[in-house]
Design a protein around this ligand. Structure first.
Ligand code: PCA
Length: 325
C-alpha cells in the first residue's frame, strides 16, 4: 500500500488508510544556525524518528530559518503549512504572557533552577499549546543570558541610547527600562545587524554570540545569568492525531532522548562558547556589582509587570517553582 502512494517532497499531509499509517515526510523548520546545539539535537531527533519508525515518519530539518523564519514557524505549524518545527517559546509572549515564564529576570538563573521552573510551567504551557492546535514534544534551554556591548559598561547609565537587539517582549522591555533602543532581530540575522550598526548590543547566551561570530563587531560580554529561555519542538495536532500509535511511541521516545541530550549539550556549550568569544578577542567576565544590582531592580519591575499580565496561572507557576527549591 505504501509503495503505491505518491510521496511529494515537502508534503505535510498525514494520512491513515484503513487504520494503517502511511509513510510520511515531515519538514521541520528551525530558526537557528545548523551549527547551533539546538539544531544539532534537532537533526539527531529527526534521524532517531526516521530510523525508529523504519521510515514511516521521515523528519527532515531546515535550520537557519531557511524554510520559515523564526517569527513565522509557530503559525506555519498551527495552520498545517509545516507538520513540525522548533521555536523560542518566549518568542510568543506578546500573544500570551505565560509563554514568557522563562524570561523573568533572575527567577531561575542556573540549569538546575531552569529545569525546576520548566517542570512547574510545563503542564500550563502544554495546555496552552494544545488550545492552539499544537502538541508539545520537547524543550531545551539556552545557556544563561548575558549582555553584549561594543564598549565597557559598568552601570545602567552607560547603556543609555544604545541600539539593542531584542528577541522577545521581555528583552525589548529590558531595553526600555535601561534607556536603550530596542529593535527585534532574529539570531540568523544578527551578524549583519551588528556589522551595519543597526544594533550595537544584545542580551543572549555565549552560544548565540559564538555561533554568529559577534566578535567581528562587538567587544564585551558580561555574564549576568539573567535567565535561561527555552526552545521547544511542536507538532500540528491534526498531523499528530493522524499518526499511528507505533510511530507516536517512537517520536515520544526520541523526544525524551533529545531533551536529555539538549540539556547536556547546553551545559557543555556554555563554557566552550565563552572561551570561543575570548578566542575571538572579546573581553568576557562577570558584570560589575553596581550593574548587577541595578539590573536586579529592573528585574523586580519586570517581574511585577509579568505577574500582572500572566494572572493566577502565572503566579501558580512561580509558586510551584519556589516550592521545589
Ligand atoms: N539565543 C537566542 C535566544 C536566547 C539565546 O541564547 C537568540 O539570541 O535569539
Amino acid at each position: 500500500m505504501k509503495k503505491l502512494l505518491p510521496l511529494v517532497a515537502g508534503s505535510v499531509i498525514s494520512m491513515t488508510m484503513a487504520g494503517a499509517a502511511v509513510a510520511d515526510k515531515w519538514d521541520m523548520p528551525m530558526a537557528y544556525s545548523a551549527t547551533n546545539f539546538h539544531s544539532a539535537v534537532g537533526a539527531e531527533f529527526a534521524q532517531c524518528v526516521t530510523t525508529g519508525t523504519g521510515g514511516d515518519v521521515e523528519i527532515v530539518t531546515h535550520p537557519s530559518g531557511s524554510l520559515f523564519k523564526g517569527g513565522e514557524i509557530k503559525r506555519a505549524i498551527q495552520t498545517g503549512q509545516a507538520p513540525i518545527g522548533e521555536r523560542l517559546l518566549s518568542g510568543h509572549q506578546n500573544e500570551n504572557a505565560l509563554f514568557g515564564y522563562d524570561s523573568i529576570p533572575f527567577l531561575a538563573t542556573s540549569f538546575d533552577d531552569s529545569a525546576k521552573l520548566w517542570k512547574a510551567a510545563k503542564p500550563t504551557i502544554e495546555k496552552l499549546l494544545d488550545s492552539q492546535n499544537l502538541v508539545l514534544l520537547y524543550a531545551v534551554p539556552w545557556p544563561p543570558q548575558g549582555l553584549y556591548f561594543k564598549k565597557e559598561v559598568n552601570a545602567v547609565a552607560d547603556m543609555k541610547g544604545i541600539k539593542f537587539r531584542s528577541y522577545n517582549s521581555a528583552t525589548a522591555r529590558l531595553a526600555e527600562l535601561t534607556g536603550m533602543l530596542p529593535v527585534q532581530i532574529e539570531a540568523a540575522e544578527i551578524s549583519q545587524a551588528f556589522a551595519t550598526g543597526v544594533a550595537e548590543s544584545m542580551i543572549s547566551s555565549g552560544s548565540t554570540g559564538y555561533d554568529r561570530k559577534v566578535w567581528e563587531s562587538l567587544t564585551h560580554f558580561y555574564e549576568v545569568d539573567a535567565w535561561l529561555p527555552r526552545n521547544y519542538v511542536m507538532v500540528n495536532k491534526g498531523v499528530w492525531d493522524g499518526t499511528s500509535d507505533a510511530s507516536k511511541n517512537v517520536i515520544r521516545g526520541c523526544a525524551t532522548l533529545a531533551e536529555y541530550a539538549g540539556n547536556y549539550r547546553a551545559k557543555e556549550y556554555t563554557g566552550f562558547t565563552l572561551n570561543g568569544l575570548r578566542a575571538g578577542g572579546m573581553k568576557v567576565g562577570p558584570a560589575s556589582d553596581k550593574l548587577v544590582s541595578e539590573l536586579k531592580e529592573i528585574g523586580k519591575t519586570m517581574t511585577t509587570e509579568w505577574l500582572a499580565k500572566a494572572g493566577a496561572e502565572g503566579q501558580a507557576i512561580v509558586d510551584a517553582f519556589k516550592a521545589m527549591k
